[in-house]
Design a protein around this ligand. Structure first.
Ligand SMILES: O=C(O)CCC(=O)C(=O)O
Length: 241
């Protein structure tokens, strides 16, 4: 489930693949500095109601990662020349938060169709000690489970738990329906990674095209409250925390 070259076959079967050295350590370190500057100047903001998410807009300095050729090429490989962006953010643990994130799927928190992968690009070392992600390979094959929330411990207790150790520049590609979480950080070493969520460009929830193919004409540019008169978001249920 890892290498310097993507195996689409392994990725599709296990839902997980680690690309070693997707970007250079120098580039990862430049983006880590940019991340800290963005927190200082307010162009990236920790999100309320989420333990680890830092949000920023597509015009923010941190979003230029999308122009890096290694990122584009990987996205195009995963989606056969037609990738779109669902969302981009940073997820981090540091002195402000070291807590565990419960086992969950990301799919229920996303829009559009279900064929989607996160490219978790490590800007710092990310491992079990500093609260790195762990995943249960193959669990995306169960599909969407019908609700959002913490998956029962009894269900994963006897499953193979994959806890990758990532170095700056490594990238964990993970299907959004995979059951995953992260443990409590036991060090003062920050854990910082991008989450670049990619999908077929034709998915109406794609916000930009990462290929030369156009976005769907079915793209619905409405806010949650413009669509629903009552929904779980409006009742305050936001994300896996
Ligand atoms: O940052 C983490 O440790 C987990 C984040 C995550 O899985 C999520 O937000 O869906």
């Amino acid at each position: 489930m890892e290498g310097k070259k993507l195996s689409c076959d392994v990725l599709r079967r296990t839902g997980v693949f680690i690309l070693r050295e997707l970007i250079s350590t120098e580039l990862a370190s430049a983006y880590l500095k940019k991340y800290y500057r963005s927190l200082e100047d307010g162009s990236a903001m920790p999100r309320e109601n989420h333990l680890t998410e830092v949000s920023f807009g597509l015009n923010a300095p941190l979003a230029t990662i999308l122009n890096e050729s290694a990122i584009r090429e990987l996205a195009l490989q995963v989606f056969d020349g037609g990738a779109g962006l669902h969302n981009i953010r940073v997820v981090r643990k540091d002195q402000h938060n070291v807590e565990e994130v419960f086992v969950h799927q990301d799919s229920p928190y996303c829009l559009g169709f279900f064929d989607r992968f996160s490219m978790f690009l490590a800007l710092s070392a990310c491992d079990d000690k500093n609260g790195g992600l762990f995943v249960y390979p193959g669990t995306h094959n169960f599909g969407y489970l019908g609700d959002a929330g913490a998956i029962r411990h009894e269900l994963t207790a006897r499953m193979y738990k994959f806890v990758p150790s990532l170095l700056p520049g490594d990238c964990l590609v993970m299907h959004s329906a995979i059951w995953h979480g992260s443990s409590r950080s036991r060090t003062d070493q920050p854990r910082v990674m991008y989450d670049i969520q990619i999908q077929p460009v034709e998915d109406p929830s794609s916000i930009i095209s990462l290929s030369d193919r156009a976005l769907s004409s079915w793209r619905l540019r409405l806010e949650n409250k413009e669509i629903f008169s009552s929904s779980r978001f409006q009742r305050g249920h936001r994300g896996p925390r």
